[in-house]
Design a protein around this ligand. Structure first.
Ligand code: NAP
Length: 288
């Protein structure tokens, strides 16, 4: 069992601390507002009086704060304690935020692993929770027992930005699903339907369309967007125009759908009529 310090006891930091305690680890906690640490003392955690004291107390320190400026502010208070320490940052941010913090910590001789939590606090320590990691593989291997107690763990590579990049990519997939669901619900309810009654139609349709993703992914990776196309983008552009017109007729703002129509239209206008919808990736990559 390891000794682990947690800096940041919001909803997520508290769930991490409780799970580690439950699994028999020695846990030290610190939070800017001390009163949030006190319930954990009752569960067996030691309370540190400062971030530096917490970092010095354990083999591994986990940061779980609201954002990167907060994480940096906390670490700046503990600069003298950082050299040679293992630090895992589970604060949500961008790949650039993670790489910048990695550089800052390397200059202070700390060992850094970044992580992206794909779970909500009640899922921590249970089935279905996943944490993506990137950065020091050695740190990841050293603390694998503790990390496995929190969630299924996946190390993506030494580039500190990868966990955040994949976290953001997964969230992008989720918001794509939510935006489609919200628009579809607005359409159905505009004619008096109920979103709840629509789900038995929508869910199998989404599942069937998910089956096309391996083919689209292959086209994205190979760049061969015109291979074995059964639903060409010129046809899909007309479908998207119909979605926009139907939405306007029904008094539903087509705000979710217009960007997709514009992107498909750009590919058609540049000569990609026969391509699959996968070719939209080439349009958005160009706008990087
Ligand atoms: P939270 O409940 O709002 O807690 C925020 C934490 O940040 C508190 O400990 C707060 O301390 C601390 N904090 C804020 N500003 C600070 C500052 N300037 N200096 C020091 N401490 C500061 O948030 P959370 O849900 O625990 O989320 C923490 C991280 O986990 C976020 O990056 C979030 O994106 C990520 N995450 C959360 C979830 C979720 O569902 N909750 C899921 C996945 C990932 P005080 O108590 O003193 O205010």
């Amino acid at each position: 069992m390891s000794s682990i310090s947690i800096l940041g006891l919001g909803a997520m930091g508290t769930a991490l601390a409780r799970t580690l305690l439950k699994n028999g680890h020695t846990v030290t906690v610190w939070n800017r507002t001390r009163s949030r640490a006190e319930p954990l003392a009752g569960a067996g955690a030691k309370i540190a009086e400062s971030p530096a004291e917490a970092i010095a107390a354990s083999e591994l320190t986990i940061l779980c704060l609201v954002d990167y400026p907060a994480a940096r502010a906390v670490l700046e208070q503990a600069q003298e304690a950082l050299a040679g320490r293992d630090l895992l940052n589970l604060t949500n941010g961008t790949p650039g935020d993670a790489r910048e913090l990695g550089t800052w910590l390397a200059a202070r001789e700390a060992i850094y692993l970044d992580g992206g939590i794909m779970a909500i606090p009640p899922m921590i320590g249970g089935a279905g929770a996943l944490i993506l990691y990137s950065g020091s593989r050695a740190l990841f291997d050293r603390h694998s027992l503790a990390l496995e107690a929190l969630a299924e763990s996946r190390h993506l590579g030494e580039d500190e930005g990868l966990a955040s990049l994949y976290d953001i990519a997964l969230l992008s997939g989720m918001y794509g699903l939510f935006s489609g669901f919200l628009h579809a619900s607005a359409l159905v309810t505009s004619a008096g339907g109920k979103a709840v009654d629509f789900l038995p139609l929508l869910l199998p349709w989404i599942e069937a369309m998910s089956g096309t993703l391996p083919d689209l992914a292959g086209k994205i990776d190979s760049g061969m967007h015109g291979r074995d196309v059964v639903s060409n983008i010129a046809m899909q552009k007309i479908a998207l125009e119909n979605i926009v017109r139907a939405s306007e007729e029904q008094g539903v703002a087509p705000d979710f759908m217009r960007p997709m129509l514009r992107l498909a239209g750009d590919r058609v206008d540049s000569g990609g009529h026969g391509d699959d919808i996968s070719a939209v990736v080439e349009v958005i990559r160009k706008r990087k």
